[in-house]
Design a protein around this ligand. Structure first.
Ligand code: SF4
Ligand code: SF4
Length: 253
């Protein structure tokens, strides 16, 4: 019950933050960039809060995804073996961006920012079509642009692997139900690790809130050999869990 209220509170807080920054990006041209710069520095300490709490385009994809849930549209996920390959695309785009050979219309986040601040006057048809495709895809896939195309998320994510604070999983409490994996919009396999410092993690805390065993917490990262959980450990943990714990009912997605 306590965990449920924590989940409720942190997600309410996150939604308020998303709405606030969405409104700010409408009202104050350039504010998002300033906030983004500050949050970039924070990446080294607390991880990628920008994507989960601030970015208006990330929020928009999430809200469209929630609309899809309300319309009972089932979210699709790539199998992990394909996910590992396709999640590289955003780093390729980041590299192309650095070398300035980027195809501008692909930057749907920038297109959306332009529309918010300057209207449609400078937006090309190609950019608009790509933006619409991404938004429609958000009904079927969690944050499609964040997962596979965003060069900003890629740059934040790369540096966030050095973060001091990260999500931690208590393997002794974990029963390998994989509700954390199933609720992660960025397709991180939390169940396979004891510390989440994955570059895709956007600090949305969906994994933590949906863990009925309270096995996931947020705190200082400590380097140890046990930070990566082997399949054997997961298996043992699952067996122990089956003996002592009835599987929880399926949660929200
Ligand atoms: S990945 Fe990109 S679009 Fe998604 S939330 Fe982060 S900055 Fe925004
Ligand atoms: S690992 Fe947890 S906090 Fe990070 S993106 Fe996935 S659900 Fe959100």
């Amino acid at each position: 019950m306590k965990n449920l209220s924590f989940r409720f509170n942190i997600q309410i807080l996150r939604t308020i933050s998303q709405v606030l920054f969405f409104a700010l990006s409408l009202l104050l041209v350039g504010s998002n960039r300033t906030v983004g710069t500050v949050l970039f520095a924070l990446v080294f300490f607390i991880g990628v809060f920008f994507c989960g709490w601030v970015c208006p385009f990330g929020s928009l994809q999430e809200w469209i995804g929630k609309l899809g849930d309300m319309l009972k549209i089932k979210k699709r996920r790539l199998p992990q073996k394909f996910q590992r390959i396709f999640q590289i695309t955003r780093y390729v785009i980041f590299a192309l961006f650095i070398y300035k050979i980027f195809y501008a219309p692909l930057r749907a986040r920038a297109t959306f920012g332009e529309i918010l601040t300057e209207g449609f006057s400078n937006v090309t048809v190609a950019a608009l079509v790509i933006l619409m495709v991404i938004l429609v895809l958000s009904l079927f896939i969690h944050r499609p642009f964040c997962n596979y195309f965003c060069e900003k998320g890629a740059s934040y994510g790369l540096f966030s692997v050095l973060r001091i604070f990260s999500l931690k999983k208590d393997a002794s409490k974990c029963v390998n139900c994989r509700k954390c994996d199933k609720n992660c919009p960025m397709n991180v396999e939390i169940s396979r690790t004891n510390f989440v410092r994955h570059p895709n993690c956007i600090n949305c805390f969906q994994c933590m809130g949906n863990c009925s065993r309270k096995a996931i917490s947020y705190g200082i990262f400590k380097l140890s050999k046990s930070n990566t959980t082997s399949q054997t450990k997961i298996y043992k943990c699952a067996c122990a869990g089956r003996r002592s714990f009835a599987m929880p009912p399926s949660g929200t997605s």
